[in-house]
Design a protein around this ligand. Structure first.
Ligand code: ADP
Length: 274
């Protein structure tokens, strides 16, 4: 957490220093403003779910026997959902600090992308419980050369976002295809949703730490860290991640491109073999 704060402050210093005339007082003020804005935002993100948990637990404790079955279940569900949210938030903060301190060293090996898609979807089951999910994996997907844990985490963060930013009942699609790139075979994995999509001017910035398109949107509490982590993980594995909007309908599309494992046959080799 501290790392993330300091890093952000350092970035601000760099930006101000690069400006033509460096005013030290302005520089210190800017760093201070950033520090306090970050602290406010982070403590808000910790406190909102905690307040919900505390409120629900207090009600259960005080009025439990007087409540009907449904009301009790609602309170327990709130506790569970808010605890999960807190858990994800803390996991994100830890991932970010690990990434920035260089503690993350991918352990690459040949991994079956379909398996990772399956396990990420299983983990995201509750988050996407109110969405329809379509999985469209090509039958000829080769193994990819990645760290399975980082790959699953990156994919999970994308599914988590689809769950947050696309309306309940809408369709979330995970699609994977093999393709040939200039440096060898690759696998392209897309997560498509039917939400509002991303303003074109923000498609790059959403990968910045703490950047959120609707920062004031507290309904869908988030940290602005998920995509920065995704990009950090994917690039550490030699892949790429980009965001865009769908052409066929409203919605965002996130594309991961991962290198094919070395011993997997290239497309044209296979074709040559008949
Ligand atoms: P968080 O979701 O915690 O805010 P992220 O880094 O995961 O942080 O995402 C950054 C921002 O990108 C989000 O706040 C949101 O504005 C935008 N975003 C991410 N995923 C989607 C999506 N599937 N549809 C629309 N906007 C998205």
């Amino acid at each position: 957490l501290l790392d993330a704060l300091i890093d952000q402050a350092a970035l601000a210093i760099e930006r101000v220093t690069l400006a033509e005339d460096v005013d030290r007082a302005k520089l210190a003020a800017e760093t201070e403003r950033l520090r306090s804005a970050l602290l406010t935002s982070i403590s808000h993100d910790l406190r909102t779910p905690l307040a919900s948990i505390l409120g629900s637990a207090t009600s259960l404790n005080g009025y439990g026997p007087m409540l009907d079955e449904e009301a009790r279940r609602d309170l327990v569900t709130t506790i569970q959902e808010e605890a999960e949210r807190l858990n994800r938030f803390i996991a994100n903060l830890l991932d970010m600090t690990r990434l920035e301190s260089g503690a993350i060293r991918p352990r690459s090996g040949a991994v079956d992308p379909s398996e990772v898609v399956g396990s990420a979807l299983e983990r995201g089951g509750r988050i996407l419980a109110n969405h329809r999910v379509e999985v469209d994996l090509a039958a000829d997907l080769p193994m990819v050369e990645v760290d399975a844990v980082l790959f699953e985490q990156a994919l999970f963060n994308l599914l988590d976002n689809a769950g947050k930013y696309a309306p309940p009942g809408s369709l979330v699609t995970v699609r994977a295809r093999r393709e040939d790139g200039p440096e060898g075979g690759r696998v392209r994995i897309e997560v498509l949703d039917e939400g509002d999509g991303i303003p074109p001017e923000d498609v790059e910035r959403i990968f910045d730490k703490f950047y959120r398109v609707h920062a004031q949107d507290r309904q869908r509490a988030g940290t602005g860290l998920g995509l920065a982590i995704c990009r950090g993980f994917v690039e550490a594995m030699g892949g790429t991640i980009t965001a865009g909007n769908r052409r066929d309908r409203h919605g965002a599309v996130f594309t991961l491109v991962l290198p094919q494992a070395a011993d997997a046959p290239r497309l044209e080799e296979e074709a040559a073999c008949g």
